[in-house]
Design a binder for this molecule. Structure first.
Ligand code: SF4
Length: 435
């Protein structure tokens, strides 16, 4: 039997941003040189059986359906057609920022930037929740994990994120009770099972994970648990986009907004930003066809002088978002100023527990307000997260800093830009389309 809280730990890294990626999917790259052998018939919904379909006895019917709806958004012919449309449309140079680590990884993995005309530059934004969690919050988690009688529960990605002295893995190896969970509800169940121990859930993530964490707090209250708390480090995407636009010398002309975040928030929070900064924002998905559609919509708006919020991910995002999830967040959390790794404090960019749920706030319960730490000077994560520098411009990239020995969070996270470059484009001489 698997130990408590260790079910499916390999998925831990992806639930932070809403669980979009699925490592069980086939990890095949395609690009101009290596087209994926997939018929366009499938995309048009009248396809012949795939070579690996259940009809050949390899996949269950449900898995076949799942793969179909994944593969059709990776159709090489559709990808090329979209790239051609973008090339046909573009007249001037445009910088477009994606604000989602999942999109960054898809761009690198499928070499989508190499398909674009030279006028289009893609810039990575602060779109990885693990990467933007500041070092002092990691230190607080490590401190908690080191206390006797405390069980610290976390998603998998956070265990290797360096604090100022060590990471959570090291704290665990030193005897700390650190458990990888797949859901905050696992942590609530642990609190119920071990009433004599304090159970703290390390709650990081964007708007995508906040509803589940709010539900966990409500459940703990409903069950009358006195030993459950959240180390809340939630961050919100729209304030970060505004911070990017307000930064001196900002070169961003348009945004690809993260589709999973908008599934929760809807499109409304972005309208003010698009109007105020006269910047188009296109809600975009994560597969190659999704991303190129987002870029196409963005380029079309830029060329036509429009600045609207547009939905290129209609199969998932409704304009109003998920109202039930929004109510969950609203009931348990309120907005606060939040520090972002390497960027600093962004006003109104975080979520903290409301006063009526203060008993579940680990920072107050354990008196962690004063615990602070400086970001490591050698890691340029702040510049990478703002798209000012590419990961390969960091002197430590691929030498002192690797996924095995990370010096900063962007090299650890499955959504981190440094990890994406290390995995898919480790040499600086490769297509220089990213900034
Ligand atoms: S390569 Fe490593 S040290 Fe450099 S910015 Fe990325 S995470 Fe930080």
């Amino acid at each position: 039997m698997r130990p408590e809280g260790l079910r499916r730990p390999w998925l831990g890294g992806h639930v932070l941003c809403g669980g979009r990626r699925n490592e069980a999917t086939v990890d095949r790259r395609f690009g101009p040189e290596e087209p994926k052998p997939r018929s366009r018939d499938c995309f048009q919904g009248r396809g012949k059986p795939h070579a690996n379909s259940s009809r050949n006895g390899f996949l269950s019917e449900s898995l076949e359906k799942a793969m179909k709806y994944l593969d059709e958004y990776r159709d090489p012919q559709m990808v090329r057609r979209l790239a051609e449309q973008i090339a046909h449309l573009v007249r001037r140079p445009w910088n477009i920022m994606e604000v989602c680590g999942g999109q960054t990884h898809a761009i690198m993995r499928f070499s989508l930037d190499a398909l674009l005309p030279t006028e289009i530059t893609l810039i990575h934004g602060p779109g990885c929740p693990v990467c933007v969690t500041p070092v002092e919050t990691v230190d607080r988690a490590i401190w908690l994990a080191s206390q006797s009688g405390v069980i610290l529960c976390s998603f998998g990605d956070m265990l290797r994120v360096p604090g100022s002295q060590k990471d959570l893995f090291t704290a665990k190896s030193e005897g700390g009770d650190v458990r990888v969970v797949y859901s905050p509800l696992d942590a609530v169940r642990l609190a119920q099972r071990y009433p004599d121990q304090e159970v703290v859930f390390f709650a990081i993530g964007f708007e995508t994970t906040a509803p589940a964490n709010a539900a966990a707090v409500r459940l703990a209250k409903q069950w009358g648990l006195k030993n459950f708390s959240l180390l809340a480090a939630h961050v919100l995407v729209p304030p970060a986009m505004e911070a990017v636009l307000q930064a001196p010398g900002c070169q961003v002309h348009g945004f690809l907004a993260a589709g999973h975040v908008c599934t929760v928030t809807g499109m409304e929070p972005y309208r003010t930003i698009a109007d105020r900064y006269r910047t188009p924002i296109v809600v975009t998905g994560f597969e190659p066809v999704d991303i190129l559609r987002g870029i196409l919509c963005c380029v079309r708006q830029l060329e036509e002088g429009r600045h609207e919020v547009e939905n290129a991910y209609g199969r998932s995002v409704r304009p109003e978002g998920n109202l039930l999830a929004q109510r969950q967040i609203e009931e348990v959390f309120q907005r606060c100023d939040r520090k972002w790794r390497g960027i600093g404090v962004i006003q109104g960019s975080g979520l903290e527990l409301r006063p009526e749920y203060a008993q579940f706030d680990a920072v107050r319960r354990f008196g962690l307000e004063q615990l602070s730490a400086e970001e490591p000077a050698e890691c340029i994560a702040g510049q990478v997260l703002q798209g000012i520098k590419k990961p390969v411009e960091c002197p430590l990239f691929g030498t002192a800093c690797t996924p095995e020995h990370p010096r900063g969070a962007p090299m650890v996270s499955a959504e981190g830009a440094c990890a994406a470059y290390y995995r898919y484009r480790p040499v600086a001489s490769s297509p220089n389309k990213h900034r």
